[in-house]
Ligand binder design. Structure first.
Ligand SMILES: [Zn+2]
Length: 184
């Protein structure tokens, strides 16, 4: 999978090896740390490989579109002790559904969020000032010990936006939502 900078989207990303040296064109299938040559941000694995799912307590994504072909949607996934529930609603689609996802799905979803989408390296605000009217979105992830990650956008999207949507595709598919209307 190609790594792009989670902040600016540049593909000029270098891997930082264990000696702190930067190398380009190395095998990036291994999780480690990277540096973006364009914006200088460092990003990578945040806290060891295992059990990301145990630190994520909830995930909330809402997309609020005013374009005619875009719909307002809100998805919340809540991880309880034994069951991971989701609730998805769309006023425009007249949709209000609840369901559950498997522990395996949740485990790989959480892992991908931090190791393939580099969530902690996202900007908190993706705002495109050239358009006043359009799609806004909100992403809130709560972690254990009341830590929270929050991201907002208005006509601007993180470089990993489409990958985020595809991570969620099992839920969209199950609830009959065509998520391609949200891709950018
Ligand atoms: Zn960058």
């Amino acid at each position: 999978m190609d790594v792009v900078c989670p902040k600016c989207g540049s593909t000029k990303v270098m891997q930082i090896d264990y000696g702190g040296k930067l190398e380009m064109g190395v095998d990036i299938s291994q999780n480690s740390a990277f540096k973006c040559k364009a914006c200088k941000q460092k990003f990578g694995t945040v806290c060891g490989k295992s059990e990301y799912s145990s630190i994520v307590k909830s995930f909330y994504l809402s997309i609020n579109g005013v374009y005619a072909n875009k719909d307002v949607i809100a998805l919340k996934i809540t991880a309880g002790d034994n069951v991971i529930k989701y609730k998805i609603s769309s006023e425009k689609l007249g949709l209000d559904k609840k369901g559950a996802v498997s522990a395996d799905y949740w485990k790989s979803f959480c892992f991908s969020l931090f190791n393939e989408l580099y969530l902690t390296g996202w900007k908190s605000n993706f705002y495109n000032p050239e358009l006043l009217d359009g799609t806004t979105w909100t992403l809130d992830v709560t972690l254990e010990k009341k830590h929270a990650l929050s991201y907002r956008g208005c006509n601007g999207y993180p470089p990993y936006w489409n990958r985020l949507l595809s991570l969620l595709s099992p839920i969209f598919d199950e609830t009959g939502i065509n998520s391609t209307i949200f891709t950018v």
